[in-house]
Design a protein around this ligand. Structure first.
Ligand code: TXA
Ligand code: MG
Length: 304
């Protein structure tokens, strides 16, 4: 069910969960301060309780009442509003434990999508995981949310998400910024603000820095396989610039990496809509910039 931002604000204020578009992917929103509403998100998504949520705010200053130490203004000014999430130590009395899976840190992002900003303006800080059943490809258009949660589920309709990949999550560790989840901002983008390309660091001595990285993700029902040739494949997940000799679901043109990022989750969902049991994935593309994140998502989707 498509709803206005005003209706979304009313529902959020009365403890309900709604889907909201962001520039990255659609999010499943509840008030960041309402533990029982947050519990509903975990149930709806079938999300492991050890996987914390990102708190979405509208400005740098919104952090001040919640965090123990403010992050560098310059970094935030460069990327906020936008697809950067910062993990910061917080005052745990301010955010329900369930939102942060019991951690003493919180993940924060200022989205740029005007509809998300209107909702936050009216409802206050909201937690938003991606609006998909846990493990499935994220939702980048309202129809995807309805596929996962039913046509009666309240969705603010923002059309297709512009970026199509989740935010990049960073943490400050021993004097340097590290990427703990690859996302819509690349290492090269981050270098412009911090002066170096941050390392991608998924775990320290078997402890995941980003709990979500432990779980299977982004996976269609279709079995994905890699390899040098499509062979006798049922379908190909590939690029519009190439011909494969098999039915192909296109992620767009390799000359337009941003388009590939935007189409990725739709293409993964399309495999299931078409009823394919398996597909060969064309992994022969430059592993740089945003395509590095695309590669990581495809590997996760294929469980490689
Ligand atoms: O672009 C995005 O980030 C989207 C949109 C809706 O904003 N949201 C999103 O949320 O991708 P989700 O729940 O699908 O992914 C959030 C990730 C999870 O992997 C979680 O483990 C990590 O953020 N996370 C949340 N709080 C954390 C914390 N305190 N420390 C480390 N990782 C955290
Ligand atoms: Mg997600």
């Amino acid at each position: 069910m498509r709803i206005s931002t005003q209706k979304a604000i009313e529902l959020l204020r009365s403890g309900h969960v709604v889907a909201v578009p962001t520039e990255t992917v659609y999010g499943l929103a509840s008030s960041a301060f309402d533990a029982s509403a947050i519990e509903k998100i975990y149930q709806l998504k079938n999300r492991p309780s050890a996987n914390p949520l990102i708190i979405h705010i509208n400005s740098y200053e919104d952090l001040r009442p919640i965090v123990l130490e403010m992050p560098p203004l310059e970094l935030c000014q460069t990327f906020w509003p936008g697809p950067l999430t910062l993990v910061l130590p917080i005052d745990t009395s301010k955010v329900p434990s369930i939102a942060r899976a019991g951690l003493a840190t919180g993940a924060f992002r200022v989205p740029s999508h005007p509809l998300a900003r209107q909702v936050i303006e009216g409802a206050g800080p909201i937690v938003m995981p991606s609006a998909n059943i846990s493990g499935k490809p994220s939702a980048t258009q309202p129809e995807h949310v309805e596929q996962d949660f039913g046509s009666d589920f309240p969705v603010v309709d923002g059309g297709k998400c512009v970026l199509g990949l989740e935010s990049t999550i960073v943490i400050y560790n021993q004097g340097v910024w590290e990427i703990i989840r690859q996302g819509a901002l690349s290492k090269v983008d981050l270098k412009k603000a911090i002066g170096y390309e941050p390392n991608i660091c998924i775990e320290t001595s078997k402890k995941p820095l980003c709990p979500g990285q432990m779980y299977r993700h982004y996976a269609p029902k279709a079995k994905l396989y890699f390899g040098s040739q499509p062979g006798n494949c049922e379908a190909v997940l590939g690029f519009s610039d190439r011909h494969y000799g098999c039915p192909t679901i296109s992620m767009g043109s390799l000359t337009q990496p941003a388009e590939v990022a935007q189409k990725l989750y739709s293409a993964l969902r399309q495999l299931d809509e078409m009823g394919y049991a398996s597909a060969w994935v064309d992994m022969d593309f430059p592993k740089e910039g945003i395509l590095l994140t695309v590669e990581e998502r495809l590997r996760k989707a294929a469980n490689h």
